[in-house]
Design a protein around this ligand. Structure first.
Ligand code: 3HC
Length: 312
């Protein structure tokens, strides 16, 4: 079928809420948009393991260490689902990793901030995973089949991540004055970077129009951000945290009005000038190089197994 007919069939499937599968015809622009977004999502999951991984050996109890280890392992698994889903679009894992190391692919700017105290583990789980849940629950309805199914699987684990973070914050807020101060300071470090996770305002989001047309995104950046704000402010107030925004206010419709994000900081961190950008990529590249022998061994093992099966 010529392209215009293909395009008609493609958009009709999108409009009829029929998932687009790897073997289906799709416009190259749709394919490239998905490769970009899904690989950046996968990179975010894996890079996001760094700020938390630093605290596994420094957790305040065996229970806390077990929970944090489980969470960090989950994030590695989320990265795996998303890399595998991205590979169905005809791009190799090696290529995706190379684009990340070359700075041609992004990851969530939120992970370019340091995690100096144990309270940051609480704030990351509660706020960063909390924001990710809002975004990912919506992405479960994305039009690309493998991405949608990866989201369904990931969302099942994210609620544990958010809840364990909130438990850390609630526990600290019932503690000593010093622990309360540590929790409040962590909240102030992670509140605004978590709001940035939803991307630029709708009017400034160059990707959103195609993303909405192709039902890659099902809700806009600002709508999702507002859902997160409306859910999170009451949680903060419930445990006695002070919202790090002097201008926030509860509106009659039950939603909250807040100050605007510092978009200069947003774009500056995305451009590579955040507190931890260099360290995060350096650590990722070193871990990737150190893991070369594991990948080679796994490939050799699989090839041997395949030969044995063929000759059986
Ligand atoms: N961090 C880094 N880059 C960001 C960003 C952020 N918070 N928000 C936007 N950007 C980038 C976009 O990637 C885009 O750049 P590009 O064209 O080079 O890719 C540019 O800024 C313009 O933004 P747009 O809104 O036009 O781009 P999108 O339509 O792609 O929207 C998005 C950005 C909301 C991040 C969207 O890509 C998305 O929903 N991605 C999937 C979700 C995701 O990646 N979440 C990461 C969270 S990490 C995580 O979930 C781990 C959890 O376990 C804690």
């Amino acid at each position: 079928m010529e392209n215009s007919k293909n395009l008609e069939v493609f958009q009709a499937k999108i409009d009829a809420e029929i998932k687009i599968e790897p073997k289906d015809w799709m416009p190259d622009e749709y394919r490239q948009h998905l490769i970009r977004q899904m690989s950046q999502h996968a990179h975010s999951e894996v890079i996001g393991m760094q700020p938390e991984g630093n605290w596994i050996t420094r957790s305040p109890s065996l229970r806390a260490r077990k929970i944090l280890m489980a969470k960090v392992q989950d994030e590695g698994g989320h990265g795996l689902y998303l890399y595998c889903a991205t590979e169905t679009l005809g791009v190799t894992r090696e290529q995706l990793i190379q684009w990340l190391h070359e700075g041609k692919a992004k990851y969530a700017s939120v992970f370019n901030y340091p995690s100096p105290t144990w309270a940051d583990m609480g704030a990351i789980g509660w706020l960063v995973d909390g924001a990710a849940i809002v975004n990912q629950v919506s992405l479960q309805r994305t039009s690309y089949g493998p991405y949608s199914r990866a989201m369904v699987r990931i969302c099942k684990e994210e609620s544990f991540h958010q809840r364990q973070g909130y438990e850390i914050m609630a526990t600290l807020m019932e503690g000593t004055a010093e622990q309360k101060k540590m929790a409040q300071e962590a909240f102030e470090r992670w509140w605004w970077p978590s709001l940035m996770m939803f991307g630029p305002h709708d009017g400034d989001s160059p990707r959103s129009s195609n993303a909405m047309k192709w039902k890659i995104k099902r809700e806009t950046n600002d709508d999702l951000r507002q859902q997160f704000i409306d859910k999170t402010i009451p949680q903060a107030e419930l445990i006695g945290l002070k919202i790090p925004d002097a201008n926030y206010k509860l509106l009659e419709n039950g939603s909250y009005e807040t100050s605007d994000i510092d978009w200069d900081e947003f774009w500056n961190v995305i451009k590579g000038n955040g507190p931890c950008n260099t360290q995060r990529i350096k650590q990722h590249a070193a871990a990737h190089d150190n893991g070369q022998w594991v990948r080679e061994a796994a490939i050799a093992y699989n090839e041997k197994k395949e030969q044995q099966l063929k000759s059986a």
